[in-house]
Structure formats: C-alpha cells, structure tokens
Ligand binder design. Structure first.
Ligand SMILES: [Zn+2]
Length: 418
C-alpha cells in the first residue's frame, strides 16, 4: 500500500504525543537504526521518510519490496535506545560466477566498526569469510584466508587506514586471531607477521589459551577488551582442538567459525563438539544474539541441498547469517544422537561426523573439508571439471545477469537469521 509521507505526519505526531518512552515489543536486535548510533530517533525517521515509496534498500525494513507504512510501524515500535549496534549484509556475496570480474576479496562494511570479508571462490573453493572488529584501542581480525594468492594483508591494512582517517586517528593495534587452526583460515598469516602494530596469535590450543588468558580449557569463557568493545572468547573444540567462538557484545553477533555455518559441519571429536554447542547455547541464553556468523557457505537456497564438495561456483547460495534458533536446532540434534554420531541433513546445515561409514565417509578427513581418500579426491576433480570454466555474467562487472537477479530476490525473501 502506498501512502504519501505527508499523510502520515498527523498520525506520527499523535504517536509521539502519546509517548515513545516505552517501546513495547522492541527486541534486542531490532532494526531501524540506520546510522548505527545505538538509538532509533529522528535521524533514522528522516532516513526512512526520505526513502518513502522507494523500492527496497535498507529502509525497507520488512523487505516487502518498497518503503511504506509497515516499515514506519517497525521503526516506531523500536524507537529509542538499542541494546546492540545494527548492521547490514550485502544482497549477495561474490560466488565464483564472475571470475575475472570479481575482486579476490569482497569487503563489506557491516556497520561503522565492523567489516566482513569474503575470499573469492575463484581463488580457493573454500571461499572463507573473515572478520574485522574495531575497538578504540585494538582491531581484532578473525582468520586470514585460504591462500590462493590473495593480498589479504594489503586489503586489511587498507581498511584500517581508511578507518583511521575517518575517525581522525593515527594508529591502532591489529590483533590477528583464528577461529581455528585449519589451513583455509591461516594461510594469510605471513602477510601480517612482523608488520607494525600487529600481533599474530599462534594457532595451537596452548597459544590461543595463553594469549586470551584461558587457564581452564575448554570450560572457561574469558573477556577480551578491544577498548570500549568487549569480546567474549568461548573455547569450542570439536571441529578442531583449538577452535574458539567470539561473542561481540556491541553487535550481538556470535562468530562460530567452522563449528556452525550454512554448510557441512565436519566433526572430528563428537563428545567435545556436543559440549561446545551446549556451551554456546548456555552462554547466549540471556544475551541478545542477533546473528550467528560462521566462516563458509556450502548450502544452496534449497533446504537441505549443499553444493558439491570442492565446487568453485555457488549459484543461489544460502545467506551467510544464521540465528540463535539454528544453534538450538543443532544442539537438540546432536544431543538426541545420544553419543552415537550420525550424518544428518537439516534445512540450513548438514551434521557431518567424520570417520563414519556410508555417505559421510568419502568427503571426510580431519582437515576441514579436504578429501583424505582416493574416492573423495576423484569426486572433487570430477566436480571441478564440471564447473570450470566458471560462467561469466552477461554485461560484465556492472550488469547482473537474470540468474543473479533471481538469487538476489530469493535471498531477500528468505530472511534467514532475521
Ligand atoms: Zn574451514
């Protein structure tokens, strides 16, 4: 329904007069804080009204296709101070469909102090995600990518330089940490080691524990302060022995690495994994958990269907963001297995214990997703042969092909993870 903005001013004034102090129903992760200053106020209202009747965009809060009264209602319902800083996701990530046009690393600014980086599938089929969280004293980087010749150091120091300039600062400390020690998350470390104002945390469990001051691994959860931005560090072995999750109080994001993401959840130690998932469920029970962000995407937008192992093109890729409901769903599922690991396909992820006979055996191995059997290796080569050369978009870098446009709208309609 399209209503002129002016017609809403009267009801708006009435609303304001009645009082906005108690925003009944406003949840901890509500949307509408366009300038991400922690408060939904007149500035955000002006942003929404300026986009009135426009198709889509950030002001289309209900993703209904245009900006209108429903979006205004959402904004007003959330009026006032917010528990967490909001952010945005791109409509789609680079997905290996435009090799030669796409950047080797896609840089997305989630909000003023938070960046999400995606390594191009054209450079490595793992296509991992990396994160940059800026505090007042320290910027924390999670993971350095899967190699493949990408210039992750240049990219990150470029982002830091731009952030410093925007905030009229001259320097900030960079701390490079890892979700876990597998090769597809640490290959870029050498581009940071020995650089100014930079600390690269080691990848062993003892190095991780000692850096963060964790004396009781894996049950102890510690705080790490970036300067006005506290990160809770949660040991979560199971996929890999030195795996940690990060909970960012500023954004309400839980970073889960390879332990939970929309894809194949390879489990090397099942008992530890179950306990780790439980630890995250317990920890987030009383905290705003706006998004759960892992480090790969291997699911399509068709429930329960993943891309072939080793695929370097991900058409119709599942969104990156999951929600706490997925964490709970995973917990319920692995607890129900009662100590006997099962391969189990869910809509948004696949539970993939390693070392099982049957369908799970082939693609297994204790090194993320790498094939450890002859059969798995041949299957990967077959998949790669089918998918190369990667299809290019019609119209080059600026034009989206029809298929891509369909993906765009389907992803918007899906709203996974709120
Ligand atoms: Zn990985």
């Amino acid at each position: 329904m399209r209503i002129p903005a002016s017609a809403l001013i009267v009801s708006l004034i009435a609303f304001v007069t009645v009082g906005l102090a108690a925003p009944a129903g406003a949840g901890p992760c509500d949307v509408g804080d366009f300038d991400a200053d922690g408060t939904i106020d007149g500035t955000d209202l002006a942003t929404l009204l300026a986009a009135w009747n426009e198709p889509g965009g950030p002001a289309d809060l209900d993703e209904g296709g245009d900006v209108g009264s429903e979006d205004l209602a959402i904004l007003l319902a959330n009026w006032g101070e917010q528990a967490v800083l909001a952010g945005t996701f791109p409509a789609m990530w680079i997905n290996g469909g435009a090799c030669g046009f796409d950047p080797e690393i896609q840089v997305h600014q989630y909000n003023e102090h938070t960046y999400i980086l995606r390594q191009s599938l054209c450079t490595n089929f793992e296509g991992p995600f990396m994160y940059l969280l800026f505090g007042e004293d320290t910027v924390l980087m999670q993971d350095t990518g899967a190699g493949g010749g990408i210039h992750i150091g240049d990219t990150v120091y470029g982002i830091i330089a731009a952030w410093l300039e925007a905030h009229e600062r001259t320097s900030i400390d960079l701390v490079v940490t890892h979700s876990h020690g597998h090769g597809d998350h640490v290959q870029g470390d050498s581009q940071f080691i020995g650089q100014p104002n930079t600390t690269v945390v080691g990848i062993s469990q003892s190095a991780v524990a000692s850096f963060f001051g964790i004396s009781n691994w894996p049950t102890q959860i510690v705080e790490y302060d970036l300067g006005g931005r506290i990160i809770d560090v949660i040991p979560i072995p199971g996929h890999q022995s030195a795996h940690i999750a990060l909970y960012d109080r500023a954004t309400g994001i839980l970073f889960t690495g390879d332990t939970l993401y929309p894809g194949r959840l390879y489990i090397s130690n099942f008992a530890q994994y179950v306990a780790s998932i439980g630890r995250m469920v317990d920890f987030t029970a009383d905290k705003p958990t706006c998004h759960v962000l892992g480090t790969h995407i291997e699911m399509t937008n068709t429930p329960g269907v993943d891309f072939n192992f080793g695929a370097t093109f991900h058409p119709d890729e599942h969104p990156l963001q999951l929600g706490r409901e997925h964490l709970v769903e995973l917990h319920d599922a692995v607890v129900a297995m009662n100590g006997s690991p099962q391969y189990e396909v869910h809509d948004d992820f696949i539970i993939f214990p390693l070392g099982l006979a049957g369908p799970a055996a082939d693609a297994g191995g204790d090194d993320c997703a790498r094939p450890h059997t002859e059969a798995a290796y041949r299957a990967m080569l077959r998949a790669a042969a089918r998918l190369k050369p990667a299809p290019r978009l019609e119209g080059g870098p600026s034009g989206l092909g029809a298929g891509v446009a369909r993906v765009y709208f389907r992803q918007r309609a899906r709203k996974v993870g709120g």
